[in-house]
Design a protein around this ligand. Structure first.
Ligand code: NCD
Length: 341
C-alpha cells in the first residue's frame, strides 16, 4: 500500500486483502471487548470542508480506539481557507501538528494536491464527485462478511449499483475496488444524465466483468446478491440540472415491494448513507427498516474496524495489535448498535 490513501487506483488486490484481514482483527476492539494503545501519542488531523456525520466521526473514533488523539476542523468558515490560504500552505502547517490527516473537500483532486505537500499519510475522505476509497473498503468488507454468513462468494456475484452514479463518489471507488476481484456481474441503474462515467465502465469491463446498464428497476433481479443504492447528489448539480431534474421517480425506488417482488430472500441492501428521508426524495425506503436484508447499519458499524485497519497499516502498527490487547473495564451493553441482524 502506498504512503497515502487517495484513490482505489493505488490499491493492489493483495493490499486490499491485507486490509480486510487487519479489519477482522480490529473487531474485538470495535465491539468494545478489548482495548489497545498502539497509537498512543499519535495525533490525527481530521479536516472536513464538506458535510459529514459518519465519515468524520468514524475516522475520529477509529483513531481514538487505537489509542491516538484527534484534532479537527469543520467547514471553510472556521478554517484559514476562508482567509484565502492555499491547500499547499494548509498541508505544510497541518503536517507540523499531526501524524496522519483525513481530508474531505468539495473539489475533485484537492486531497491529492494537499497530499503532495506533505510526508504525513493523507486519507481521502471524499473529494467532490471524485473518490471515497475508505468507504469502498468498508463496503467491500461488509459484502465479504455478509457473503460469508450467507455462504456466498464474490466470484460470479450479481451486484446492482443504483441512484446517482455520475456524482456519487462512493460508487466510483467501489466499482474500481470490485473490479480487482474475480469476474462478477454488475448492473447499473440510474436516472438519465446521472449514469456511471464511461471510463469506469470501460475499466471494469476490461478486467473481465460483465457490466449491464438498465434504465429502471422494473425488471427481474431474482439472482441479485447486492443492491447498493445511492443518494442523488443535488449539491453537485449545475443550475441547469437543478431546474430540469424532477426528482427520483418511483421507478428507481428500492423498497420492500422491490425486494419482495423482484429480488430474493438473500438479496442484501446497502447504502453509503445518508439517505434522503424527505418526502418525495424516493431514496432507499424506510419500510425496509428491521428487515434483516437491510445491511446499512451493519455497513456503518463496519466503518470502524476498516478505518482502524487503514490507520494501523499506514502508520505501520498493524503487526502490533495482538500484542497490545487488554480487556475492557467499562460497562458495555450486550447488544451494541443495530438489532437488524
Ligand atoms: C457519502 C459521501 O459523502 O460521499 N456518504 C458517506 O461518506 N458515507 C454519500 C452521500 O453523501 O450521499
Amino acid at each position: 500500500m502506498s504512503q497515502h490513501l487517495l484513490t482505489v487506483d493505488s490499491l493492489q488486490r493483495e493490499s486490499v486483502d491485507h486490509l480486510l484481514r487487519v479489519a477482522a482483527r480490529m473487531e474485538p476492539i470495535a465491539s468494545r471487548r478489548q482495548v489497545t494503545r498502539v497509537l498512543e501519542g499519535a495525533v490525527l488531523g481530521n479536516l472536513f470542508f464538506e458535510a459529514s456525520t459518519r465519515t468524520r466521526v468514524s475516522f475520529n473514533a477509529a483513531f481514538c480506539r487505537l489509542g491516538g488523539s484527534v484534532c479537527d476542523t469543520t467547514g471553510f468558515t472556521f478554517s484559514s481557507m476562508a482567509k484565502g490560504e492555499s491547500l499547499y500552505d494548509t498541508s505544510r502547517v497541518m503536517s507540523g501538528y499531526c501524524d496522519a490527516i483525513v481530508m474531505r473537500h468539495p473539489d475533485q483532486g484537492s486531497v491529492a494536491e494537499f497530499a503532495a505537500a506533505t510526508h504525513v499519510p493523507v486519507i481521502n475522505g471524499g473529494d467532490g464527485p471524485g473518490e471515497h476509497p475508505s468507504q469502498a473498503l468498508l463496503d467491500l468488507y461488509t459484502i465479504d462478511k455478509e457473503f460469508y454468513r450467507l455462504g456466498k462468494s464474490l466470484n460470479g456475484a450479481h451486484i446492482l449499483l443504483t441512484g446517482d452514479l455520475k456524482y456519487g463518489r462512493t460508487v466510483h471507488s467501489l466499482i474500481k475496488l470490485l473490479s480487482l476481484y474475480d469476474p462478477m456481474r454488475i448492473t447499473l441503474v440510474s436516472p438519465p444524465g446521472l449514469e456511471m462515467p464511461s471510463k469506469l465502465i470501460d475499466l471494469v469491463t476490461s478486467r473481465g466483468h460483465r457490466v449491464e446498464q438498465r434504465d429502471s428497476l422494473a425488471s427481474d433481479f431474482s439472482d441479485l446478491d447486492v443492491v447498493y443504492t445511492t443518494r442523488i447528489q443535488k449539491e453537485r448539480f449545475t443550475d441547469e440540472m437543478n431546474e430540469s431534474f424532477q426528482g427520483l421517480s418511483d421507478d428507481f425506488m428500492v423498497n420492500r415491494d422491490f425486494l419482495d417482488q423482484r429480488c430474493s430472500q438473500s438479496t442484501m441492501v446497502m447504502h453509503p448513507l445518508p439517505r434522503d428521508s424527505r418526502p418525495g426524495a424516493n431514496d432507499l425506503n424506510v419500510d425496509l427498516n428491521g428487515d434483516s436484508r437491510l445491511a446499512i447499519f451493519r455497513q456503518t458499524d463496519n466503518g470502524i474496524p476498516m478505518r482502524m485497519a487503514i490507520f494501523a497499516t499506514l502508520l505501520k502498527v498493524d503487526d502490533l495489535i495482538e500484542k497490545d490487547l487488554r480487556p475492557v473495564h467499562w460497562f458495555v451493553p450486550a447488544q451494541i448498535g443495530t438489532l437488524d441482524r
